[in-house]
Design a protein around this ligand. Structure first.
Ligand SMILES: [Zn+2]
Length: 441
């Protein structure tokens, strides 16, 4: 059953709905009938059980569910058109065949077409914060930021940096480092912190295979100086790891390549990190660097099964990433499902004896975990008073196995959440707001 009211498009507003959120202090909060108020600046001023004395003007969205917006820590804007194609290829072959051609052609007109559509797709999937790579071209990255600015999504974006094995075959390789660094610094100056921190910059050396030690070092130094993020890929695929060993013979391991460059800090977002030694786990935990766990991508490219439980026990900070297009799924609910299956497969194969993560654990990774990874946990990641109203509206009835036939336990938060993850449906997200502003979807 659909609520009778249209969704409010701008703050201030007050909602009546079901509420399901992780809490900063731990645990999960479920209110079957809640009142959620957002002030004119887009902040949550009241989150409490419904009481009849509430004023008029409340938008009644029952039986739908308000949840925190999802935080996607890893995606590639130029790659979205090829999501889901290339099954059966390994990482390096897939990049050459399906990805580098898209990125090479990601000029300004293409970015003006793809980036707005990508942000609408993220909003439709319930993602209110996305951390994304662009392509090599500075002007197309500007176009991505302009699209994010207009759309309203919260975004961390970076121009890809590569000074070897690059798809930029026109430029003299000796100029690339200086030019790429200068363009990145310039983009960071222009966009990092824009709109009171809604838009942020990430220096983005692609990965160690396509970056010299000097590029890694210079980008990490520039990110530290600007207080911006630094994002790259780590230890995704066995072929890639062997190539890194060949290119960086002095490094102890793959993680050490980034450590020597000064890249490991609490502002570092490392995608994948599947095949880590105990030394690497310890070093990443100590550095505060974040892993963007991308299980859909890891299964699609058969890169491996990340031992999440081992990393969490080792103290590494972890959030979730779609990694579209290596991950076929934009919605993080589907990514949670792939992650849960990955952990079950590790247990079934006798490779992990850790207890399974609960649906609530997965929700936390995709919301507060991502917010903490970005150092934004005081602003977003849960529906709590004082935070900014990055919210999504979900219709759980879409996930029922039989249309219109629910069971008593569908009123229970843990079982409802289990269905949202294991029967995630493209139509279940009915709205997404950032700071109380409704996102085009
Ligand atoms: Zn990636």
């Amino acid at each position: 059953m659909d609520p009778a009211h249209a969704l409010p498009s701008d703050p201030p507003f007050a909602l009546r709905a079901r509420l399901l959120t992780s809490l900063a202090g731990g645990g999960l909060r479920y209110e079957p009938d809640a009142q959620i108020e957002v002030d004119g600046r887009g902040r949550l001023t009241r989150v409490e059980p419904w009481s009849e004395r509430t004023d008029a003007g409340v938008v009644d969205l029952r039986p739908w569910l308000v949840m925190p917006g999802l935080v996607d820590l890893h995606a590639h804007l130029p790659q979205l058109p090829n999501a889901g194609v290339g099954a059966g290829l390994d990482l390096l072959t897939w990049l050459e065949r399906y990805i580098f051609p898209l990125e090479r052609n990601f000029d300004v007109p293409t970015a003006q077409l793809i980036a707005p559509a990508a942000f609408r797709a993220f909003a439709r999937a319930g993602t209110t914060t996305v951390v994304a790579y662009g392509a090599l071209w500075a002007d197309s990255l500007d176009a991505c930021f302009r699209a994010a600015e207009a759309h309203g999504i919260r975004a961390v974006i970076g121009k890809v940096m590569m000074d070897r094995l690059s798809y930029d075959t026109d430029r003299d390789p000796t100029e690339v480092l200086d030019l790429s660094l200068r363009q990145s610094v310039d983009l960071c100056r222009r966009w990092h912190g824009r709109d009171d921190g809604r838009l942020m910059y990430a220096f983005t050396p692609r990965f160690a295979v396509s970056c010299s030690a000097e590029m890694l070092r210079a980008s990490a130094a520039a990110a530290a100086e600007a207080g911006a993020y630094w994002q790259t890929h780590l230890s995704e695929d066995r072929g890639e790891i062997a190539e890194v060993r060949r290119l960086f013979p002095d490094a102890v391991d793959y993680t050490d390549v980034y450590d020597r460059a000064g890249g490991l800090s609490s502002r570092a977002i490392l995608a994948h990190a599947i095949h880590l030694s105990d030394r690497e786990v310890g070093r990443l935990a100590e550095s505060g660097a974040v892993i963007a766990h991308c299980p859909s991508s890891n299964l699609f490219l058969a890169s491996g099964a990340m031992p999440l439980a081992r990393y969490l026990a080792g103290g590494i900070r972890v959030g979730l990433g779609s990694d579209v297009a290596a991950g076929p799924d934009t919605p993080l609910f589907s990514v949670m499902r792939a992650g849960a299956y990955t952990q079950n497969a590790l247990r079934a194969a006798g490779l992990s004896d850790a207890p399974p993560l609960s649906p609530a654990d997965w929700l936390r990774l995709g919301t507060l975990g991502g917010a903490e990874a970005l150092g934004l946990e005081d602003r977003i990641g849960s529906v709590e008073e004082g935070k900014e109203a990055d919210l999504i509206l979900v219709d759980p009835s879409v996930t029922l196995p039989l249309e219109g036939i629910g069971a008593d336990h569908d009123e229970r938060s843990d079982e409802m959440l289990s269905r949202l993850i294991f029967r995630a449906h493209p139509a279940m997200v009915r709205g997404a707001w950032v700071r109380g502003r409704l996102l085009p979807a």
